[in-house]
Design a protein around this ligand. Structure first.
Ligand SMILES: [Zn+2]
Length: 182
Protein backbone atom coordinates (compact mmCIF):
# COMPACT_ATOMS: atom_id res chain seq x y z
CA UNK A 1 0.00 0.00 0.00
CA UNK A 2 1.00 3.59 -0.38
CA UNK A 3 1.55 6.12 2.40
CA UNK A 4 2.30 9.82 2.07
CA UNK A 5 5.61 10.79 3.68
CA UNK A 6 5.92 14.42 4.84
CA UNK A 7 8.75 16.16 2.99
CA UNK A 8 9.26 19.93 3.10
CA UNK A 9 12.04 19.97 0.50
CA UNK A 10 11.54 20.57 -3.21
CA UNK A 11 11.47 17.52 -5.50
CA UNK A 12 14.95 18.35 -6.80
CA UNK A 13 16.43 18.54 -3.27
CA UNK A 14 14.63 15.34 -2.31
CA UNK A 15 16.44 13.75 -5.22
CA UNK A 16 19.92 15.25 -4.79
CA UNK A 17 19.93 14.69 -1.03
CA UNK A 18 18.67 11.12 -1.50
CA UNK A 19 15.96 11.62 1.07
CA UNK A 20 14.45 8.25 0.18
CA UNK A 21 17.33 6.70 2.09
CA UNK A 22 16.30 8.59 5.23
CA UNK A 23 12.67 7.51 5.26
CA UNK A 24 11.72 6.01 8.60
CA UNK A 25 8.68 3.71 8.41
CA UNK A 26 5.88 3.71 10.90
CA UNK A 27 6.48 1.71 14.06
CA UNK A 28 3.41 -0.39 13.39
CA UNK A 29 2.51 -1.90 10.05
CA UNK A 30 -0.43 0.00 8.51
CA UNK A 31 -1.79 -3.26 7.17
CA UNK A 32 -1.66 -5.60 10.18
CA UNK A 33 -0.66 -3.31 13.09
CA UNK A 34 2.30 -5.51 14.01
CA UNK A 35 5.02 -3.53 15.83
CA UNK A 36 8.48 -3.07 14.31
CA UNK A 37 7.73 -5.37 11.41
CA UNK A 38 8.56 -3.06 8.49
CA UNK A 39 11.93 -3.64 6.84
CA UNK A 40 13.56 -2.08 3.79
CA UNK A 41 12.42 -3.70 0.61
CA UNK A 42 14.12 -1.81 -2.19
CA UNK A 43 12.85 1.26 -4.01
CA UNK A 44 11.06 2.24 -7.15
CA UNK A 45 11.41 5.29 -9.32
CA UNK A 46 8.71 7.53 -10.67
CA UNK A 47 8.39 10.81 -12.50
CA UNK A 48 7.35 14.12 -10.98
CA UNK A 49 7.75 17.75 -11.99
CA UNK A 50 10.32 19.85 -10.12
CA UNK A 51 9.83 23.42 -8.91
CA UNK A 52 10.67 24.70 -12.40
CA UNK A 53 8.04 22.47 -13.91
CA UNK A 54 10.44 20.09 -15.61
CA UNK A 55 10.01 16.36 -15.29
CA UNK A 56 12.52 14.59 -13.09
CA UNK A 57 12.87 11.08 -11.72
CA UNK A 58 12.71 10.45 -7.98
CA UNK A 59 13.15 7.33 -5.91
CA UNK A 60 10.42 6.15 -3.55
CA UNK A 61 11.31 4.02 -0.51
CA UNK A 62 9.54 0.73 -0.07
CA UNK A 63 9.24 -1.54 2.97
CA UNK A 64 8.02 -5.07 3.56
CA UNK A 65 6.09 -6.19 6.62
CA UNK A 66 7.63 -9.43 7.81
CA UNK A 67 4.42 -10.32 9.61
CA UNK A 68 1.82 -9.95 6.85
CA UNK A 69 4.12 -9.64 3.75
CA UNK A 70 2.43 -6.42 2.68
CA UNK A 71 4.66 -3.89 0.93
CA UNK A 72 4.40 -0.26 2.04
CA UNK A 73 5.82 2.58 -0.05
CA UNK A 74 6.31 6.12 1.21
CA UNK A 75 5.53 8.68 -1.46
CA UNK A 76 7.05 12.11 -0.66
CA UNK A 77 4.25 14.56 0.03
CA UNK A 78 5.11 16.89 -2.85
CA UNK A 79 4.16 14.08 -5.26
CA UNK A 80 0.51 13.29 -5.93
CA UNK A 81 -0.52 9.68 -6.34
CA UNK A 82 -0.46 8.76 -10.03
CA UNK A 83 -0.11 12.40 -11.11
CA UNK A 84 2.93 13.85 -12.81
CA UNK A 85 2.71 17.48 -11.70
CA UNK A 86 3.80 18.21 -8.13
CA UNK A 87 1.38 19.43 -5.45
CA UNK A 88 2.79 22.97 -5.15
CA UNK A 89 2.45 23.59 -8.86
CA UNK A 90 -1.11 22.28 -8.84
CA UNK A 91 -1.83 24.51 -5.86
CA UNK A 92 -0.42 27.57 -7.63
CA UNK A 93 -2.42 26.80 -10.76
CA UNK A 94 -5.66 26.42 -8.84
CA UNK A 95 -4.99 29.73 -7.11
CA UNK A 96 -4.63 31.44 -10.48
CA UNK A 97 -0.85 31.96 -10.44
CA UNK A 98 -0.68 31.38 -14.16
CA UNK A 99 2.52 33.32 -14.80
CA UNK A 100 4.76 30.95 -12.90
CA UNK A 101 7.17 28.98 -15.06
CA UNK A 102 6.18 25.66 -13.52
CA UNK A 103 2.51 26.39 -14.16
CA UNK A 104 3.05 27.57 -17.72
CA UNK A 105 5.14 24.53 -18.58
CA UNK A 106 2.36 22.19 -17.49
CA UNK A 107 -0.70 24.16 -18.31
CA UNK A 108 -2.42 21.57 -20.48
CA UNK A 109 -2.12 18.79 -17.98
CA UNK A 110 -3.14 21.15 -15.16
CA UNK A 111 -6.36 21.91 -17.02
CA UNK A 112 -7.14 18.20 -17.02
CA UNK A 113 -6.39 18.06 -13.29
CA UNK A 114 -8.81 20.88 -12.59
CA UNK A 115 -11.56 19.20 -14.59
CA UNK A 116 -10.96 15.93 -12.80
CA UNK A 117 -11.07 17.59 -9.35
CA UNK A 118 -14.32 19.34 -10.19
CA UNK A 119 -15.91 16.12 -11.45
CA UNK A 120 -14.83 14.23 -8.34
CA UNK A 121 -15.72 17.02 -5.89
CA UNK A 122 -19.21 15.70 -4.95
CA UNK A 123 -17.74 12.31 -4.04
CA UNK A 124 -14.94 13.93 -2.05
CA UNK A 125 -17.32 16.20 -0.17
CA UNK A 126 -19.66 13.30 0.58
CA UNK A 127 -16.76 11.20 1.87
CA UNK A 128 -15.13 13.89 3.99
CA UNK A 129 -18.09 16.01 5.08
CA UNK A 130 -17.03 18.21 7.97
CA UNK A 131 -14.26 15.77 8.87
CA UNK A 132 -11.55 18.33 8.17
CA UNK A 133 -12.96 20.63 10.81
CA UNK A 134 -14.34 23.11 8.31
CA UNK A 135 -17.83 22.86 6.86
CA UNK A 136 -17.81 21.60 3.27
CA UNK A 137 -18.41 24.15 0.53
CA UNK A 138 -21.89 24.79 -0.78
CA UNK A 139 -20.50 25.57 -4.21
CA UNK A 140 -17.23 25.08 -6.11
CA UNK A 141 -14.32 25.37 -6.08
CA UNK A 142 -13.55 22.59 -3.68
CA UNK A 143 -9.85 23.50 -3.30
CA UNK A 144 -10.59 26.67 -1.36
CA UNK A 145 -12.29 24.53 1.26
CA UNK A 146 -9.38 22.09 1.29
CA UNK A 147 -6.80 24.86 1.67
CA UNK A 148 -8.78 26.56 4.40
CA UNK A 149 -8.96 23.29 6.32
CA UNK A 150 -5.41 22.03 5.77
CA UNK A 151 -3.29 25.06 4.90
CA UNK A 152 -1.91 23.75 1.63
CA UNK A 153 -2.62 21.20 -1.03
CA UNK A 154 0.42 19.23 0.08
CA UNK A 155 -0.85 19.01 3.66
CA UNK A 156 -4.35 18.27 2.43
CA UNK A 157 -3.23 15.39 0.26
CA UNK A 158 -1.59 13.67 3.19
CA UNK A 159 -4.50 14.28 5.51
CA UNK A 160 -7.06 13.07 2.99
CA UNK A 161 -5.15 9.85 2.44
CA UNK A 162 -4.48 9.22 6.13
CA UNK A 163 -7.91 10.09 7.46
CA UNK A 164 -10.24 9.30 4.56
CA UNK A 165 -8.23 7.15 2.12
CA UNK A 166 -9.16 9.46 -0.70
CA UNK A 167 -7.47 12.12 -2.87
CA UNK A 168 -8.70 15.22 -4.66
CA UNK A 169 -8.90 13.20 -7.87
CA UNK A 170 -10.32 9.81 -6.95
CA UNK A 171 -10.04 6.86 -4.61
CA UNK A 172 -7.11 4.55 -5.19
CA UNK A 173 -6.85 0.93 -4.21
CA UNK A 174 -3.40 1.54 -2.72
CA UNK A 175 -4.86 3.83 -0.05
CA UNK A 176 -7.64 1.49 0.94
CA UNK A 177 -8.10 -0.18 4.31
CA UNK A 178 -5.19 -2.60 4.67
CA UNK A 179 -7.27 -5.70 5.31
CA UNK A 180 -8.87 -5.33 1.89
CA UNK A 181 -5.57 -4.92 0.12
CA UNK A 182 -3.04 -7.51 1.14
ZN1 LIG B 1 1.91 -6.11 8.35
Amino acid sequence: MQRIYPVSLSPELYRTQEIHRQVVPETTCPACSQCDSLHRHGNYSRWVTCSLGQVISIIVARFLCLACRCTVSYLPSFALSYRLVNAQTVDAFLQGELQRDDVQRNQEILQTYRRRILVFAPVLIAAVGAGLGVAPPERPPVWDWIKKACGSLTAATRQLVISFRITLFRRYQCHRAPQTLC
